[in-house]
Design a protein. Structure first.
Length: 181
C-alpha cells in the first residue's frame, strides 16, 4: 500500500510597501500580506539587484522610477507569484547636512516626557521639524520660523525608536530618538 502526502499550495494576497525615506532616501520596506503555507520567499525588486529571500525585506533604490516588484512564495511542492508596480521618487531638492554643518543637539535621549532640539550653529536655523514612527508614519510636525531651539512633548508617544527630521534653509538633518515609558 502506497501513501501520498498532500501539501496545500502556497499563497500570498499581495504585499504592502512602506517608503522609509526618513531613514535613507530610496529605502522601502516590503511586507507580504496573509501568507499561507509558505516555506520560502523570493523578492525581485525590479531594478536588477540580487533577489532577496527575507520574509519582509527592505531595499534601497538608487534612482527614481517605476519598478515592478515580484514576490514568489514556495513550499516545496508548488509556488505562487504576484507582482505590483511601485513608483519611487527620490527628488527632494534638499541636501543632507554634515554633522559639523548642522551641529543639532537633541536631548535627553532616551526621553520620557519631552525633548529639546537645539541648533548650536547660528547659521543653521530650523524651519520644519518632523517626527516619524518606526513604520514611517508622520506622528508630529512643527513649522518653525527660523528657530534655534524647540521643545517637543513626547508624553503621548508610545515607547520605541523614532526618526526626527529637522529641515533648515541649507538642507536637512536626520536623527534618532528613543521614547521610554
Amino acid at each position: 500500500m502506497a501513501f501520498s502526502a498532500f501539501l496545500p499550495s502556497p499563497y500570498v494576497e499581495g504585499f504592502n510597501f512602506i517608503p522609509m525615506f526618513f531613514d535613507e532616501m530610496g529605502k522601502v520596506k516590503f511586507t507580504a500580506l496573509n501568507p499561507q503555507n509558505v516555506v520560502s520567499y523570493e523578492w525581485n525588486f525590479g531594478d536588477g539587484s540580487p533577489v532577496s529571500t527575507q520574509v519582509n525585506p527592505t531595499h534601497v533604490y538608487a534612482a527614481s522610477g517605476d519598478y515592478t516588484v515580484t514576490v514568489k512564495v514556495v513550499n516545496g511542492c508548488s509556488q505562487y507569484t504576484t507582482s505590483q508596480v511601485i513608483n519611487v521618487g527620490l527628488t527632494t531638492g534638499m541636501v543632507t547636512l554634515s554633522k559639523d554643518d548642522a551641529d543639532i543637539m537633541i536631548y535627553p535621549n532616551p526621553a520620557t516626557d519631552r525633548i529639546a532640539i537645539d541648533s548650536r550653529n547660528s547659521n543653521v536655523a530650523m524651519k520644519d521639524i518632523m517626527v516619524f514612527n518606526a513604520l514611517g508614519s508622520l506622528v508630529y510636525q512643527h513649522k518653525a520660523e527660523s528657530a534655534q531651539h524647540h521643545q517637543l512633548s513626547v508624553s503621548g508617544f508610545a515607547s520605541g525608536i523614532y526618526s526626527v527630521r529637522i529641515v533648515t534653509e541649507r538642507g536637512y538633518v536626520n536623527r534618532k530618538i528613543v521614547v521610554r515609558r
